[in-house]
Ligand binder design. Structure first.
Ligand code: SF4
Length: 324
């Protein structure tokens, strides 16, 4: 492992412990909860009072809705390790991806309202299971609720790195609220062009929001670093799902990552796209197929051509790039 991207486990402490001790975390909770009163927590800017359980586009009121929590062994090796990534899956979503791979959770809201005490207990349960981190999946619309639950979780001994696993449709304000609290940002950068985002995510301002927030994430935590066991401790891990026929989107995203964040950025090019959600032979037929190995290989080659070299090891192993 390159020494620039290594920190010994014994010298690592999650950022939130310092903010907890200084009292700053309590202030962030207050600020976050106040935001719920006229919610503009994400770029949808719904302006509804979620403290009174009014709902906006994300259909989530005062409490977060949790679909499941479990030790996840399907994440990247640097997150799952040998004991799993402690995943908490939030229901609903502020995006409307027509190809959503978790349609029942994100579109239909499968899950239960979960007050902060219960959310804290889920984190502690995952820590007791031996998970290497707490991995909040789709947290964009529940940032204040996550902050609120952290207080009792820390009081009862939480000490794992936090992973913010997002579709990247976050507001800059939300990400700033998380400054110093999240150790690992894992944004999925889906699409580059406004028109493509309008068609497939129903969100034309997605690319602009994603670029803005990913830059802020990178400013906060920098490139991904690992401990001696290869477990991620801090930094940004960008995911990008390679889509059928959308090589140009991939190229623009990878070029932007290399130019704006730097070639040391850790990237996982995901190959598991399969038609789901609203995609079928009559709706969105052009993406009603899996990607070919040629398409995936081209994506890896593009990453290498723009100078990215820290690709999640799964990618080049399965589809060796022609050069680099
Ligand atoms: S978090 Fe939900 S209610 Fe708030 S602005 Fe976003 S979509 Fe609307």
């Amino acid at each position: 492992m390159h020494e620039r991207f290594f920190i010994p486990r014994r010298s690592f402490a999650p950022g939130y412990l310092r903010l907890f001790e200084s009292g700053e975390l309590k202030q962030r909770v207050k600020l976050g909860i106040a935001e719920l009163e006229c919610c503009c927590l994400c770029p949808r800017d719904c302006d509804v009072n979620r403290l009174n359980n009014q709902i906006g586009e994300c259909k989530t009121g005062r409490d977060a809705v949790v679909s499941s929590h479990f030790a996840h062994f399907g994440e990247e090796d640097c997150l799952r390790g040998s004991r799993g990534s402690g995943t908490i899956f939030f229901a609903w979503c502020n995006l409307r991806c027509v190809f959503c791979q978790n349609y029942d959770i994100s579109w239909l809201g499968e899950g239960s309202p979960t007050p902060p005490g219960e959310l804290a207990e889920m984190m502690l349960h995952l820590q007791r299971l031996g998970c290497h981190n707490i991995n909040f999946v789709t947290p964009e619309h529940v940032v204040p609720q996550v902050l609120e639950a952290l207080l009792p979780a820390i009081e009862h001994g939480l000490g794992l790195p936090l992973v913010y696993n997002t579709g990247s449709y976050d507001s800059l304000e939300s990400i700033k609220l998380m400054n110093g609290i999240i150790d690992i940002y894992m944004p999925d950068f889906k699409l580059w062009n406004a028109e493509t985002a309008r068609r497939y995510l129903k969100t034309p301002n997605y690319p602009e929001a994603a670029r803005r927030t990913i830059k802020e994430m990178h400013r906060q935590v920098g490139p991904l670093v690992f401990d001696e066991r290869g477990l991620a401790l801090r930094g940004v891990l960008i995911r990008h799902l390679v889509m059928p026929g959308l090589a140009e989107e991939t190229r623009q995203i990878l070029r932007w990552i290399a130019e704006e964040l730097g070639p040391d950025t850790y990237v996982n090019l995901m190959d598991q796209y399969s038609p789901a959600g609203k995609v079928g032979s009559s709706n969105y037929p052009e993406i009603n197929r899996r990607i070919t190995s040629k398409e995936y290989r081209a994506a890896v080659e593009t990453a290498c051509a723009v100078g990215l070299w820290r690709l999640d090891h799964c990618a080049p192993q399965r589809y060796p790039a022609a050069s680099h």
